[in-house]
Design a protein around this ligand. Sequence first.
Ligand SMILES: C[S@@+](CC[C@H](N)C(=O)[O-])C[C@H]1O[C@@H](n2cnc3c(N)ncnc32)[C@H](O)[C@@H]1O
Length: 214
Amino acid sequence: MERTASDSWFTKRMMRLTHFEKWLMDRPQRIQRAEREALALFGIINLPPQPRCLEIGCGHGIVTRLLVERFMARVMATDLDPAQLALARERLADIQENVQFRVADAREMPFDETQFDGVFSFGVLHHLPGGWRRAVAETARVLSPGGWFVFTDLVLAPGAGRVVQQLLPQLDPLEETALRACLTAHGLRLVHYEHDSGPWGAIMRWCTAVAQKV
Ligand SMILES: C[S@@+](CC[C@H](N)C(=O)[O-])C[C@H]1O[C@@H](n2cnc3c(N)ncnc32)[C@H](O)[C@@H]1O
């Protein structure tokens, strides 16, 4: 992979979850929220029978399981962290015929073009400052025409993004306006985008979204 700002120390640090973050990911309330969000987004998309799905940053496999249960999908479950993937493999043992596991970097996916009917990313892109644009480009590349990109993420609000851009132009964190523009530039048309409006909404927002490859 060509060396870029996304190979900075900060990006590498952000991509590797701490023990505390892994503990947070595994809390029942967090899992229930992720499942609720995933199921609501699944209601928006329209997949063929036994769809070919890719999950990036699958963690321990919450969304992978839902994809199999809801769509009878054949899922390629990927994560950069082999330990997370090992945990996913263990927890998804009962549905292993439908799932393949692979260590893979979302910024450089080891898959052919137009190979998947859906790409799923839950809480992953904000871990890739300086690298999320490449993950979006890769998503567009591996999706079949009409395929779906379903994601949730923590995005910087536009005003906060402008401040960060002025102070730290190299950083390129996940920011709402840039994310929308990047999706469009790669032929991914947003059909759903919502974000919460909590007390931090002017700075950071949690978004749920669906885009379709045109
Ligand atoms: C916040 S966790 C979310 C896990 C899972 N999607 C969920 O909702 O439970 C982010 C995940 O992204 C993975 N990750 C970070 N950087 C990545 C990269 N460049 N490529 C693929 N996965 C990555 C982490 O290892 C971690 O498992």
